[in-house]
Design a protein around this ligand. Structure first.
Ligand SMILES: CC(C)(COP(=O)(O)OP(=O)(O)OC[C@H]1O[C@@H](n2cnc3c(N)ncnc32)[C@H](O)[C@@H]1OP(=O)(O)O)[C@@H](O)C(=O)NCCC(=O)NCCS
Length: 167
């Protein structure tokens, strides 16, 4: 069992709300995953992925949360904490937004709230692992005060490991 507080599942920023998943997010979630371009996902797949995320959160006390714009009320992506390549003690921050919502500072705004929520659980350090080609994501992390620790190879893929301590 983790000795950390459960992460807050409702976070609010100036323009965004992060909140728990609802079954009605399935269509938008699968559309977001489909934007990656490898595959077109069904709504049923979205539903299964949401169920898996909710189950993981039950066990770990950390979560990826849907991001909703306050003014428009629409789902634009997700941000949160995952074990990923790291550990439950020092989890990874992760985010993904619809392309139409890129370039307006939303990822940075959501991730800043998640960093705060991670600190409130009592954790002392966060990680992020990012393809070294992913300039936008690396820039978000830089703005949040993450620093590069190392680069690892996964086959031919270079993965940057970034970290920041929590107050
Ligand atoms: C990474 C991602 C979430 C960023 O979302 P976003 O809301 O556009 O991010 P922000 O607007 O908060 O910040 C992006 C920063 O990258 C910069 N940027 C974007 N594209 C860039 C490029 N090609 N070269 C240099 N900088 C770039 C932006 O200018 C901005 O920095 P600035 O505030 O200094 O101008 C979004 O691109 C995404 O969903 N990508 C696909 C999923 C993904 O890669 N997730 C991360 C996996 S580790």
């Amino acid at each position: 069992m983790s000795t950390y507080e459960t992460m807050a599942f409702h976070l609010e920023t100036e323009r965004l709300i992060l909140r728990p998943w609802a079954e009605s997010d399935a269509a938008e979630f699968s559309a977001l995953l489909s934007e990656r371009g490898d595959e077109t996902y069904t709504v049923e797949h979205g539903r299964e992925r949401i169920a898996k995320l909710l189950y993981a959160t039950e066990i770990t006390g950390i979560a990826l949360l849907p991001i909703q714009r306050r003014a428009e009320g629409d789902f634009i992506g997700y941000c949160g904490l995952v074990i990923g390549r790291s550990t439950l003690e020092e989890p990874e921050i992760a985010y993904e937004l619809f392309r139409h919502a890129h370039g307006r500072g939303y990822a940075t705004e959501a991730a800043r709230a998640v960093v705060g929520a991670a600190g409130a659980t009592g954790r002392k350090r966060l990680w992020s692992t990012v393809g070294t080609w992913n300039t936008p994501s690396l820039r978000v992390l830089e703005k949040l005060g993450f620093e590069q620790d190392r680069v690892s190879m996964e086959g031919t893929k270079e993965v940057a490991w970034l970290t920041r301590s929590l107050p």
